[in-house]
Design a protein around this ligand. Structure first.
Ligand code: NAP
Ligand code: G4F
Length: 353
C-alpha cells in the first residue's frame, strides 16, 4: 500500500521468465497489483506463472496479463498509459549470451532499444513511475574480478553490449530528466525455474535424466569459465528494494563467491554419487566466439545500503536444483536441498518448483 492507502501497481516485462515469475509472486505477496507483459506464442509460454494466474473475471483479482513485445513501441506506450504503474521492472530480454552471437540485431532491438522505448514512454507520461533495469555482470566482460559498481565495463558479446546501452540510457534518463531509474547489475542467479539451456540447469536436468537411464551423455562447452552463481528468489527481493529507497542508484548483486563450470559439475554429480567425467563430453558448438572468463561480485554496496546478504551459497544452490530436477522426473531426491530451503526460508513466499 502507498502512504495514501492505495494499492501499489507494478508492471513487469519478461514476467514469464525465471526472474519475472519469482518477482510477480513476491510483489503479490506484498499486496501489489501486478501487471505482466507476455509474448504471443503458438505454444504455451506461461508455465512459470500458471500457478498464480487468476481468471480475470474473479472479483478482487490483482494479477493481470497483457500481450505485448518490447520491439513494439506503440504497445509499450499503451501499457504505460493504461496501467499507470508506480513501478516498472524491465526484465524482458533475449537473455542467452551464446544466442546473441547468432542474433545480434534482434538482441539489440529488444535488449537495448526495448529499454529506450520504455524510458521514453515513462518520460512522456510525466508520472513518478520508477524503473528497474535488469543490467548484468556480463557487462564487465574481461575486467578482472572482483567486480563492483566502479569496475570498467568491457563487454564481450552482442548481449552484453546491448545491455550496456540500456544501462547507460537508464543513467542518462536519471541525470537528464530526474527520473527514478535504478540498475541492478546482477551476477548469475539460478533456480529450479532457470531456462533449460543455461549451463546450471542443463547440468541438473541431465543428471536426473542420467539417473532415470534416459540419457548417457551430457555435451558441454567451456568448463573453465568461472561464475558467481546465486539463488534467483533472493535476487528479485533486491529489485524491489532498489525501487523503494530514497534515491535511485546502481547496485551489484552477487554472492562474492566464484566457481568454475567444472566445479558445478563435480558438486552436482557427486551429490548423486556419480563421477561427471563418466558422462560429460565437450562439443565445440557450445563455445562462444569470445568468452567472459571470470565473474566474482563485490556486493558490499548492496550489503550496506540495501541491507542485503544472500542466504544460499554455491553448495546449497547445487543441491536445491538437483533435488528439484529429480522430483520433476518422479525420482526420489536426496532431499538436502529441500531441507536447506525449509531451514533458511521459514517464511517462503514462492512455490518450490
Ligand atoms: P529469462 O528466463 O530468459 O526470461 C526472459 C523474459 O523476457 C521471458 O519472459 C521472455 O518471454 C521475455 N522476452 C524475451 N524477448 C522479449 C520481447 N521481445 N518482448 C517482450 N518480452 C520478451 O531471463 P531471466 O533469467 O529471468 O532474466 C531476467 C532479466 O535479467 C533478463 O533481462 C536478463 O538478461 C537479466 N539478467 C539475468 C541474469 C541471470 O543470471 N538470470 C543475470 C543478470 C541479468 P518468453 O517467455 O516468451 O520467452
Ligand atoms: O549459463 P550460461 O549460458 O550463462 P552466462 O553466459 O553467464 O549468462 C547468464 O548470466 C548473465 C549474468 O552474468 C546474464 F546476464 C545472462 O542473461 C545469463 O542469464 O553460461 C555460463 C558459462 C559460460 O561461460 C559458458 O561458456 O557456462 C559456459 N558453458 C559451458 N558449456 C555453457 C555450456 N553454457 C551454456 N549455456 N551451455 C553449455 O553447454
Amino acid at each position: 500500500m502507498s502512504k495514501e492507502g492505495k494499492r501499489r501497481v507494478a508492471l513487469i516485462t519478461g514476467i514469464t521468465g525465471q526472474d519475472g515469475s519469482y518477482l510477480a509472486e513476491y510483489l503479490l505477496s506484498l499486496g501489489y497489483d501486478v501487471h505482466g507483459i507476455i509474448r504471443k506464442s503458438s505454444s504455451f509460454n506461461t508455465s512459470r506463472i500458471d500457478h498464480i494466474y487468476v481468471d480475470p473475471h474473479t472479483e478482487g483479482n490483482t494479477f493481470f496479463l497483457h500481450f505485448g513485445d518490447l520491439s513494439d513501441g506503440e504497445l509499450v506506450s499503451k501499457f504505460i498509459y493504461s496501467v499507470k504503474p508506480d513501478e516498472v521492472y524491465n526484465l524482458a530480454a533475449q537473455s542467452h549470451v551464446r544466442v546473441s552471437f547468432d542474433m545480434p540485431e534482434y538482441t539489440g532491438n529488444v535488449n537495448a532499444l526495448g529499454t529506450a522505448r520504455l524510458l521514453e514512454r515513462i518520460r512522456g507520461s510525466e508520472s513518478n513511475t520508477r524503473l528497474y533495469q535488469a543490467s548484468t555482470s556480463e557487462m564487465f566482460g574481461n575486467s578482472p574480478p572482483p567486480q563492483d559498481e566502479n569496475t570498467p565495463f568491457r563487454p564481450r558479446s552482442p548481449y552484453a553490449i546491448a545491455k550496456l546501452y540500456a544501462h547507460l540510457m537508464s543513467i542518462n534518463y536519471r541525470e537528464s530528466y530526474n527520473m527514478f531509474c535504478a540498475n541492478g547489475i546482477l551476477f548469475n542467479h539460478e533456480s529450479p525455474r532457470r531456462g533449460e539451456t543455461f549451463v546450471t540447469r542443463k547440468i541438473t536436468m541431465a543428471i536426473a535424466r542420467i539417473v532415470a537411464k534416459r540419457d548417457k551423455t551430457l555435451f558441454l562447452g567451456n568448463l573453465d569459465a568461472q561464475r558467481d552463481w546465486g539463488f534467483a528468489p533472493e535476487y528479485v527481493e533486491c529489485m524491489h528494494k532498489m525501487l523503494n529507497v530514497d534515491k535511485p542508484d546502481d547496485f551489484v548483486i552477487g554472492t562474492g563467491e566464484t566457481h568454475s563450470v567444472r566445479e558445478f559439475l563435480e558438486h552436482a554429480f557427486s551429490y548423486m554419487g556419480l563421477d561427471y567425467t563418466d558422462f560429460v563430453k565437450i562439443d565445440k558448438r557450445y563455445f562462444r566466439p569470445s568468452e567472459v572468463e571470470s565473474l566474482k561480485s563485490n556486493p558490499s554496496k548492496a550489503n550496506k545500503k540495501l541491507g542485503w546478504k544472500p542466504k544460499i551459497n554455491f553448495d546449497d544452490l547445487v543441491k536445491i536444483m538437483v533435488d528439484s530436477d529429480m522430483r520433476k522426473l518422479d525420482l526420489t531426491p536426496i532431499g538436502e536441498g529441500d531441507e536447506i530451503l525449509k531451514r533458511k526460508f521459514p517464511e517462503k513466499w514462492w512455490r518450490t518448483d
